[in-house]
Design a protein around this ligand. Structure first.
Ligand code: FES
Length: 104
């Protein structure tokens, strides 16, 4: 298990925004949804598309490649063509920063 990686400050991740942090080879997309922070692996399980930057509808992100959707809270698929969930990662706030890590 890796150490926590710094995502940024709250002022750098305002409601409706996202940031991508790297934990080793893992790209983690961290979203601020109405003040709640959620982190998912930034890889669509359908065919490897990046999820960060795709439209966010409520608590769901849509892959721009073929339209699969994932729940940012659980990683679960809410719309095909993906069928496997994306990994979700822990998020914490400490020392004035937001942190996440690949805890697999
Ligand atoms: S790569 Fe994401 S829907 Fe196909």
């Amino acid at each position: 298990m890796s150490d926590w990686v710094k995502v940024g400050t709250r002022s750098e991740l305002l409601p409706g925004e996202f940031r991508v942090a790297w934990d080793g080879d893992t790209a983690i997309a961290v979203y601020n949804i109405d003040g709640e922070l959620h982190a998912i692996e930034d890889v669509c399980t359908h065919d490897g598309g990046e999820l960060a930057g795709g439209p966010v509808i409520g608590h769901e992100v849509e892959c721009v490649r073929h339209g699969a959707r994932f729940d940012l809270r659980t990683g679960g698929v809410t719309c095909p063509p993906a069928y496997e969930p994306v990994a979700v990662f822990p998020v914490k706030e400490e020392g004035g920063f937001i942190w996440t890590r690949d805890d697999r």
